[in-house]
Design a binder for this molecule. Structure first.
Ligand code: ATP
Ligand code: MG
Length: 382
């Protein structure tokens, strides 16, 4: 019997070996760890116990996704900061957990304050998500539902793909962990496969949660058979592990992936059974532009009713959500420097200052639309 955090068995022996992956501690075990750590540290320090059973429960929930050792470290740290096990400890360990995950490399905890109401338009996508809300709970399982696997949001730049991924977690009140795709090849070449297994394990430990993979194509680009990239081998093995995990995992981890460039996206990824749906986000239509203006104005403490939204929405034809946001920001600067209040006129002028991507990259967008027409579901209501 060999125990090790990571192990490489020579090929000749591989057939004779049975592998057991120890799971991360569950909530019950984490409760014990909280208890044991408190008892152990009480011998050295005078610690106050100001947390009831519900509090300890919440504390254990916040520790999920960590190994036993990491969980113990997070609690110890929190305990010696306040010399107490108290309601603040529950949030203190969350902070410690964020740090630990950050150091572990590929995963990052992201705050998700946005809700679906901060997303303008995309009604189809919103309805789809709405239907799946809570589908990971016991009641849903008893009803015969399987927890949703995830979605790919594909589309034009600046039209709210990343925003949607964040908003799902906020709306569903689930923790959001972001898969840091830039770290995949940079730092850990050679260790990539080990690390990705750890990513899946941590994500399952955190379940139910949303795993956000921004710019999916960057993770798996170069895994195609004709890729000339030096990482091609690693990249295709990475893709293989990801696909099998997507298919086999039992824990409710909702994968929200975004993608800009379909040309380098391996076709296996979009086959049915991996992700539940592939959504295409186009440039916002007039009604959606109105909503986006309204959201962006309200975000900046302006009452949207003070503006002629019809008129600005018409003037913003061809602009993306991000470009609309930039125009609102730009108009605010003008108003501030001219010491006037923000007006419809200033918004329209601000729009005139930029040429939207839909003009400068028209061909690219047309090609993307063409690709998506037969393969993806429109995120906006038709
Ligand atoms: N539909 C929308 N409703 C409200 N705000 C939007 C919308 N689309 C974009 N925005 C604004 O633009 C910002 C940038 O959008 P986001 O980062 O989500 O775009 P993206 O599609 O991920 O772009 P990229 O392809 O460049 O990654 C958002 O944070 C938001 O403020
Ligand atoms: Mg994005």
């Amino acid at each position: 019997m060999i125990t090790a955090p990571e192990i490489t068995i020579p090929a000749e022996l591989a057939k004779l070996v049975e592998y057991f992956d120890l799971p991360l501690p569950d909530r019950e075990r984490l409760r014990e760890i909280v208890h044991d750590t408190f008892t152990r540290l009480s011998k050295t320090y005078t610690l106050k116990l100001q947390l009831d059973a519900t509090g300890v429960d919440a504390l254990s929930a916040n520790l999920r996704g960590l190994t036993e050792e990491e969980a113990e470290r997070a609690i110890s740290q929190a305990l010696v900061t306040r010399y107490a096990l108290c309601p603040q400890t529950v949030t203190d360990v969350l902070e410690a957990k964020k740090q630990i995950l950050r150091h572990s490399g590929m995963l990052e905890f992201v705050e998700a304050p946005d809700k679906m109401v901060s997303v303008g338009g995309l009604e189809n996508l919103k309805n789809w998500l709405n239907q799946r809300h809570g589908a990971w709970e016991d009641a849903a399982r008893e009803f015969g539902l399987e927890p949703p696997r995830g979605m790919i949001i594909l589309g034009v730049q600046g039209c709210g793909k990343s925003l949607c991924a964040r908003a799902v977690a906020g709306e569903w009140k689930l923790p959001l962990v972001k898969f840091d795709t830039s770290a995949v090849y940079d730092k850990y070449i050679g260790e990539t496969e080990k690390r990705i297994r750890k990513v899946f394990q941590v994500a399952e430990g955190l379940a139910p949660c949303v795993l956000w993979i921004d710019e999916l194509e960057k993770v798996f680009a170069g895994s195609g058979p004709d890729s000339a990239s030096a990482d091609a081998g690693v990249s295709s093995r990475l893709l293989a592990s990801f696909l099998s995990w997507m298919q086999d995992r039992k824990a409710p981890v909702f994968v929200a992936a975004t993608c800009n460039n379909v040309n380098v996206l391996p076709p296996e990824l979009i086959r049915k059974g991996r992700f539940d749906e592939l959504f295409f986000v186009d440039l916002p239509n007039e009604g959606e532009r109105k909503q986006i203006f309204s959201i962006q104005l309200a975000k900046r403490k302006r009452d949207p009713r003070d503006f002629d939204l019809e008129q600005v929405a018409v003037a913003a034809k061809g602009y993306s959500g991000a470009e609309i946001e930039a125009a609102v920001q730009d108009a605010l600067y003008s108003a501030y420097s001219q010491k006037t209040s923000l007006t419809t006129q200033l918004l329209i002028e601000a729009l005139g200052h930029t040429i939207p991507l839909s003009t400068t990259r028209a061909e690219e967008i047309t090609a993307l639309r063409e690709w998506a027409r037969s393969r993806a579901v429109p995120a906006a209501a038709c």
